[in-house]
Design a protein around this ligand. Structure first.
Ligand code: ADP
Length: 368
């Protein structure tokens, strides 16, 4: 009984067997019910042929009945045999994909995330196998992201920690006097670590979909002007010109002003960071096909084509050197993308190539 409960193949086979047996029984029953009438007709026909000899008629009838039974039994035996063979074949066909999914799910549970099953048909089992493969793919991606996150984090922490450690050891050993720039270096690295931790907190909230938006009607033009005002000093210090074009700006959008400010700070901050002195950054606020369009265009470092999609990934930097002075944490754009997507919007990056400037475009549905 336990074997029966645990094995779907056996269940399918037994249900076929039940159908075969019931079919056989019904055939015998139907033959028995129908036999007297059919045989009666046959006897009267025989009597017409052989005359009124009851012994001959009885003999013929008996022979006929035996032959009919024999034919029926042979036909039934052969058809039951064929039906059993077919049911074994079909139950195997049904259970084979289920078996392979069972095996694959076991392997996945054991950490073999690249395991997939073969899609053998177009029916429900085939679509189940396809769904299974999609699930396995998602699990594999999630696992890869988890591993790369751990690796990335270790990498991100290593550089500032090594620098702090080196300076602290030199201070303790008296190699460098305490009142030197060394302390400022340590402070800078600690600040960087603190920023990284804050960004990571924000990123983990964003990736977990836990950003709670406090939307209200705001003027996108005013928001951009306010962000520009906050960064104007830094633009002036570096000698990068910042201009704003609000001529096509829609008057209102329903959005979370703090989150949108965060996105704009990131885009304008990046534009400043990657544009050399003498360059300029242009912000355009407009409207197109029911969307608010904010475009930040700079004349800076530009982005190689193969990096354009990847810069929205966490910790991804075109310039891999983490020692870059004032270098960011590499998660700003990842957070920005999550914030924009939380508003049902999109963020895009374009660049004609290295050294030729970049354009970042934020699209937000005006009706949201
Ligand atoms: P970071 O903290 O490094 O600025 P971001 O996620 O904001 O992190 O940006 C990721 C990477 O995208 C940057 O390191 C840089 O390589 C590239 N990038 C972003 N904005 C620009 C820009 N305006 N011009 C050139 N490259 C940019």
């Amino acid at each position: 009984m336990k074997v029966l409960r645990e094995r779907i193949g056996l269940k399918v086979f037994l249900s076929y067997l039940l159908i075969i047996l019931i079919g056989g029984l019904v055939m015998i029953l139907a033959a028995q019910i129908h036999a007297p009438a059919a045989l009666g007709r046959h006897i009267s026909r025989m009597q017409e042929i052989v005359g009124d000899d009851p012994a001959l008629a009885a003999d013929l009838l008996e022979n006929f009945a035996t032959a009919t039974t024999e034919i029926l039994l042979v036909a039934m035996g052969v058809s039951i045999g064929a039906a059993i063979a077919i049911s074994i074949f079909t139950s195997r066909r049904i259970t084979a994909p289920i078996e392979s999914m069972k095996e694959a799910s076991r392997s996945i549970a054991d950490g073999e995330y690249q395991r997939r099953v073969k899609v053998l048909s177009e029916d429900e089992l085939g679509s189940m196998a396809r769904s299974f493969n999609r699930m396995a793919e998602t699990l594999e991606q999630t696992e890869k992201r988890r591993l790369s996150l751990v690796g990335d984090l270790a990498h991100e922490l290593r550089t500032p920690l090594a620098s702090i450690k080196g300076t602290m050891e030199a201070l303790v050993d008296g190699v460098i006097p305490t009142e030197t720039d060394a302390l400022i270096d340590v402070q800078r690295e600690v600040n960087r670590l603190q920023r990284l931790v804050q960004d990571l907190e924000e990123l983990s909230r964003a990736e977990a979909g836990q950003i709670r938006l406090e939307k209200r009607p705001i003027s996108p033009g005013e928001l951009v002007v306010e962000v520009a005002r906050r960064l104007q000093g830094q633009y002036d210090d570096k000698g990068v010109e910042l201009s704003i074009d609000l001529s096509d700006a829609p008057p209102r959008i329903v959005a979370d002003p703090l989150r949108l400010t965060q996105v704009m700070l990131n885009l304008l901050g990046n534009a400043l960071q990657f544009t050399p002195a003498g360059g300029n950054v242009k912000v355009e606020v407009g409207e197109k096909s029911g969307n608010l369009v904010v475009r930040v265009q700079d004349t800076g470092a530009g982005i190689p084509e193969h990096d354009l999609q990847r810069i929205f990934e966490r910790f991804y930097r075109v310039d891999k050197s983490r020692a870059r002075p004032g270098g960011g944490t590499g998660v700003g754009l990842t957070i920005a993308r999550h914030l924009v997507e939380a508003h049902s919007g999109r963020i895009l990056a374009e660049s004609p190539g290295p050294g030729q400037g970049s354009t970042f475009t934020v699209l937000l549905p005006l009706s949201s």
